[in-house]
Every structure is written in structure tokens, then in C-alpha cells.
Design a protein around this ligand. Structure first.
Ligand SMILES: Nc1ncnc2c1ncn2[C@@H]1O[C@H](COP(=O)(O)OP(=O)(O)O)[C@@H](O)[C@H]1O
Ligand SMILES: [Mg+2]
Length: 231
């Protein structure tokens, strides 16, 4: 196993259910992502993109195959072990933001830090810093329903960044955003990647994919194309 791949999966399959109703969401996917890459994953609905992201993000385990994350074998972890790995290494961004509704922006950003054994003051400090990074210090006390879609997604980005992960995984992050907010969010991804974070973005929008430097195309549970699109 080469030491330099941050993410390496080998011949990963994922089957939901069994017997006649089994769904083969991934049918043998191998992929290496080096630290600092900016990768877009495209494919039609149902092609297996979210399944792939859930496995890369240790939200789910493969049915078969290997997964090496940052040099460790994570293909067969228990749920508790997965949670630990996620907390240390990965930040997630979802299409629907997934913020907690009746809670302030700051408290939403602080949430992943509650598992990090930090004192309250330190959690506050880190959450405030993450909110500042996405330009929302002045919205710290606002609840999600008092924020625009673009602002909510920026809070979600701050939440993803709060624990200082090396990897950002985003599943259709601009799917619910207008053109202006999409630009803001993509500008942030550019910046985060320029700062050295590894970014993987799932999208079916070509202009979103075009911001990445590598494009992986998925169809029917397989990678059908993988190319460097920009240096
Ligand atoms: N939890 C699940 N249980 C059963 N089938 C699932 C589950 N999650 C996804 N699938 C199926 O797996 C296939 C791939 O889904 P998904 O990875 O969500 O695709 P995409 O994100 O590309 O739209 C689809 O046929 C979907 O219906
Ligand atoms: Mg999906």
C-alpha cells in the first residue's frame, strides 16, 4: 500500500438487502485520492454516488473490499470506531444543510466538538473561529430559519471545519442553492482546498464539477471515467 494516498479503496462493493430484492449500489470500485486533491464525482441519480460518499466518510462500511484511510484499515470498523475516525478526519456537507432547527448557528457549529473532550470555552472559541472563516460571525446567534439557504450552507461548512478535518466530503452541496449562493460556497471550497484540505464533491451540475481538478464519473455502481480536468 503506497503511503501517500490519503484515501484508498479497493474493489469495494455495497449491496443493500439480500436475495431477489438486493440492490447492488456499488459493484467493484477502486479509487485513490492523495492529500490535497480536489475531486468531483458525477453520475446520474441512483448511480451510487451517495453510497460511495457514505463509505468514504465512514458513515457506512462496504459489503466487500478494502478501505485504507490515512494509512489505517477502516473497512471493518464498528460504529463507535467509525464515529471516532469521522470526528478526527472528516467534515461532511449535505444538500439539505442538516442543521438543528431551533439552535443557534454557533451551537450548530459547536456540536461536533462536544465529542472532542474539550472544555466549553475552548469549544466556543473553535466554533467562533470556524464561523468567522465562513464570514458569519455576525450571525452566530441566529437560528437556521433566520438565515438564507446560502448562509445555512456556510454554517454547515463551518460545522464541518470545526474539528479541523483534513478531508471535506460534500454531497450535492449546492443542490438547494441559487446561483449566487452556489458561487459563495464554491469559492469557499476553492479556498479550503488551497489551504491544503482534500475536497471531494458529489454533484450533478457541470459548473460545480468544473471547479474541481479531477472528475470521476460513476454509472450503475462503477467508476466509468476518472480524469484530471485542471492543474
Ligand atoms: N439504505 C438503502 N437501502 C436500500 N437501497 C439503497 C439504500 N441507499 C441507496 N440505495 C439504492 O442504491 C442505489 C444507489 O443509491 P445512491 O448511492 O443514493 O445513488 P446516488 O447518490 O447516485 O443517487 C440506488 O438504487 C438506491 O435506491
Ligand atoms: Mg445521492
Amino acid at each position: 500500500m503506497a503511503a501517500d494516498a490519503l484515501i484508498e479503496i479497493r474493489d469495494v462493493t455495497k449491496t443493500y438487502g439480500a436475495g431477489e430484492t438486493a440492490v447492488h449500489a456499488l459493484r467493484g470500485v477502486s479509487l485513490r485520492v492523495e492529500a490535497g486533491e480536489y475531486v468531483a464525482v458525477m453520475g446520474s441519480s441512483g448511480s451510487g454516488k451517495s453510497t460511495l460518499m457514505n463509505i468514504l466518510g465512514c458513515l457506512d462500511v462496504p459489503s466487500r473490499g478494502e478501505y485504507w484511510l490515512d494509512g489505517s484499515n477502516v473497512a471493518r470498523l464498528t460504529e463507535d470506531q467509525q464515529a471516532l475516525v469521522r470526528g478526527r478526519k472528516i467534515g461532511f456537507i449535505f444538500q439539505s444543510f442538516n442543521l438543528i432547527p431551533r439552535t443557534t448557528a454557533l451551537a450548530n457549529v459547536e456540536l461536533p466538538l462536544t465529542y472532542a473532550h474539550l472544555r466549553r470555552a475552548e469549544r466556543r472559541k473553535r466554533a467562533s473561529r470556524a464561523l468567522a472563516l465562513v464570514g458569519l460571525s455576525d450571525r452566530a446567534d441566529h437560528r437556521p430559519n433566520e438565515l438564507s439557504g446560502g448562509q445555512q450552507q456556510r454554517v454547515a461548512i463551518a460545522r464541518a471545519l470545526a474539528t479541523g478535518p483534513r478531508i471535506l466530503l460534500a454531497d450535492e452541496p449546492t443542490g438547494n442553492l441559487d446561483a449566487h449562493s452556489t458561487d459563495e460556497v464554491l469559492g469557499m471550497f476553492d479556498q479550503l482546498n488551497a489551504d491544503g484540505r482534500t475536497v471531494v464533491v458529489i454533484t450533478h451540475e457541470h459548473d460545480v464539477a468544473a471547479r474541481a481538478r479531477r472528475l470521476i464519473q460513476v454509472a450503475d455502481g462503477r467508476i466509468v471515467a476518472d480524469e484530471v480536468t485542471r492543474r
